[in-house]
Design a protein around this ligand. Structure first.
Ligand SMILES: Nc1ncnc2c1ncn2[C@@H]1O[C@H](COP(=O)(O)OP(=O)(O)OP(=O)(O)O)[C@@H](O)[C@H]1O
Length: 250
């Protein structure tokens, strides 16, 4: 079997007496969409924070393409090809969609050049921003400040921004939270198209219907402990998951 893009073994994170994540084991193969589900407080965001270096694991290993990145600083992990979005929207209100897409790209020039007017951005960065605008269907919003956009479009801009730097792995924290059915469907289609380009995606999501129809494989957390994994079909029918996550009445 080919090596997984991301591999976690025994990853553990505690906060005082709270075991936010205990002995987490998971893999994200290339070009797959992997879901992480679990009730509130199950440790899902802690998992993302540990993968991205925002939190330092107390034990275990995070490997990216076989390289141990457990002790790496966030900026190195980003450079190595992991991008993420957050549970709450984190856009710059007065910046346009176009500016978000330019700023999110790696800069090889001196830091002071980034203070120059955005229109001076190098042609390759502009071409990439254009490509992403089109891919996400955001062209009509190109020059609008982020704060003026409807909620669903803002979430799309966040995902577009994360993709602009051409990551290998995209971590999405509740990408369709607060969206209506049509908006969520649009995001689902975009994610499948992203996967078809070879991008790997790890997502946290509470919308079970969405997760079940999108993911290639799922991990289930409960109180920081991985309690089940498998295809959506396996997980849907797993009595441990039904008890722990959906409640005994389901
Ligand atoms: N920085 C922190 N300091 C202290 N406790 C934390 C910290 N981050 C997370 N926790 C605790 O770790 C546990 C797991 O939290 P986490 O946010 O990872 O869960 P989650 O599954 O993402 O929840 P939700 O679905 O509500 O977002 C919770 O008990 C939480 O209170």
């Amino acid at each position: 079997m080919s090596q997984a893009l991301l591999q976690l073994t025994g990853v553990t994170k505690t906060f005082g007496g709270i075991h936010a994540l205990s002995n987490m084991v998971c893999e994200v193969p290339e070009g797959k969409i992997i879901g992480v589900i679990g009730p509130n407080g199950a440790g899902k965001t802690t998992l993302f924070n540990t993968i991205t270096g925002a939190y330092r694991a107390d034990a275990g290993e995070v490997k990216l393409k076989g390289v141990d990145v457990t002790q790496w600083q966030s900026y190195r992990i980003v450079r190595e090809g992991i991008a993420r979005t957050f549970q709450n929207i984190r856009l710059f209100g007065s910046m346009s969609v176009w500016e978000h897409l330019l700023v999110a790209q790696p800069h090889s020039e001196a830091a002071w050049r980034r203070l120059l007017p955005i229109a001076w951005a190098n042609p390759a960065a502009q071409a990439r921003a254009e490509e992403v605008l089109e891919f996400f269907g955001l062209t009509e919003y190109r020059d609008r400040p982020a704060k003026s956009l409807p909620y669903g479009i803002q979430r799309k801009v966040e995902m577009a921004r994360a993709v602009t730097a051409k990551p290998k792995l995209l971590l999405l924290d509740e990408p369709v939270a607060g969206m209506n059915h049509d908006e969520a469907e649009e995001i689902r289609t975009l994610m499948l198209r992203l996967r078809d380009t070879g991008l790997s995606i790890l997502l946290i999501e509470h919308d079970m219907n969405f997760v079940m129809r999108l993911c290639d494989y799922l991990y289930v957390l409960d109180f920081g402990v991985p309690i089940a994994e498998g295809t959506p079909e396996d997980v849907r029918n797993n009595p441990v998951v039904l008890d722990a996550y959906l409640g005994k009445d389901n």
